[in-house]
Design a binder for this molecule. Structure first.
Ligand SMILES: *Cc1c(COP(=O)(O)O)cnc(C)c1O
Length: 390
């Protein structure tokens, strides 16, 4: 049996007619950049997230950049983020001119550790009355925001993050690129991914839980002023055509993607449910295998399994075994950000973030998509068992 790591064609086969129609709607409307299809999607997606505004943009990377830019992050600033995420999260910080500060993760959730954020602030920063900001004592930059990532489809621990942010006057910007429809729930807070911070970024890269057929992303927020700022930034800084109030860029969403995403959004809850069921079935078939650590759903979270990621000390052999049995796998992510070449200038070294480093050495992503069949999951289960019990 062949179980591909990813297969977008299966989903397309199920919604082919609707997508064909969506494409024709855009062709006939003549709106290929922004326009009514994008606007319709923005309204539906804002409602889905439980926020006031969603603004369609060119990609998730763009969305992270714009969210930071809109809250005023720039040259003199620093943004605290996780050492363990897709590179784009941190890249977006750099594009604003700011400097990323990395902190370690919690291994059980793979998400940023709020205690480590606190530790950085308490040990390395000081409030400065004159600059009215928290200052990094080493770099003299203003620490302005926390950028948690909801990795693999599970939200970061937002309660303590929001508490720290409030205490030190920091913005919280969520990177929700992997967490469309994920929920955070505690006795004091209930909210979907994207609805808890000041603003949030989503990606609709084709392989995400909600994927376009090309690049696309969105910035969401409850703040009217921020939403307006993002709308200007994506459109050359204009509110009124040819009257430019600030310097922006061209970051508007493609019309086809808006119409297509609007079709797909209607299926998202069902697809996320299918992903969850697949994850439960994986958990069941793997439950008695020693030698792997299974993903955990935290008490505070409704996980939407963008990825199903296990850990093993023998990754290389294990992935070779999977491959020889026709099972696709991947590794998200093999190198933590602080050890990536472009971040050498920050001066981190191996050993600085032991949890992120350990996960980077051990993670294996198994096939995970709504269309995965029970037979396929059982087949993966058999082959994984065969490897660890031989
Ligand atoms: C995919 C992703 C992005 C970037 O999204 P693109 O649409 O590919 O630009 C940013 N952050 C995270 C965590 C992602 O997974």
């Amino acid at each position: 049996m062949e179980v591909p790591f990813f297969d977008l064609k299966r989903q397309y086969e199920n919604i082919k007619d609707k997508i064909g129609f969506a494409v024709s709607v855009v062709l006939e409307s003549g709106w290929f950049v922004a326009g009514p299809s994008v606007q319709k999607f923005e309204e539906a997606f804002a409602k889905f997230c439980g926020v006031k505004h969603a603004i369609g943009v060119t990609s998730g990377t763009t969305a992270v950049y714009l969210a930071l830019k809109a809250i005023g992050i720039g040259n003199e600033d620093e943004v605290i983020t996780t050492a363990y995420t897709f590179f784009a999260t941190a890249e977006a910080i750099n594009l604003t001119g700011a400097r990323p500060v990395f902190v370690d993760i919690v291994k059980r959730s793979f998400n940023i550790d709020p205690d480590k954020i606190k530790e950085f602030i308490e040990k390395k920063c000081q409030w400065d009355d004159e600059r009215h900001s928290l200052i990094d004592l080493e770099t003299k930059r203003r620490v302005r925001a926390i950028l948690p990532v909801h990795l693999y489809g599970q939200m970061a621990d937002m309660d303590p993050i929001m508490e720290i942010a409030q205490k030190y006057g920091l913005f919280v910007v969520e990177d929700a690129a992997q967490a469309h429809g994920a929920v955070y729930k505690t006795s004091t807070r209930l909210g979907k991914a994207g609805s808890i911070g000041k603003t949030a970024a989503f990606s609709f890269y084709p392989s995400k839980n909600l994927g376009a057929y090309g690049n696309a992303g969105a910035v969401v927020t409850n703040d009217d002023g921020l939403a307006e700022k993002v709308r200007m930034l994506i459109n050359h800084g204009q509110k009124e055509k040819y009257y430019h109030d600030l310097l922006g860029w061209n970051f508007k969403m493609n019309g086809f993607q808006g119409e297509i995403l609007n079709v797909k959004l209607k299926y998202l809850d069902k697809w996320n449910e299918d992903r969850r069921n697949n994850a439960m079935l994986y958990n069941k078939v793997f439950s008695d295998i020693k030698g792997i650590v299974l993903p955990e759903e935290m008490d505070c979270s409704h996980h939407v399994y963008h990825l199903y990621v296990i850990r093993t000390k023998v990754r290389e052999e294990f992935q070779r075994h999977l491959k020889s049995n026709g099972i696709g796998s991947s590794s998200h992510y093999p190198i933590p950000l602080h050890l990536q070449k472009p971040y050498q200038y920050l001066g981190y070294k191996e050993g600085d973030f032991p949890n992120a480093e350990q996960c980077a050495d051990e993670v294996v992503s198994l096939p995970m998509y709504p269309e995965l069949s029970t037979e396929e999951i059982k087949y993966v289960g058999e082959k994984v068992k065969a490897f660890f019990y031989s």
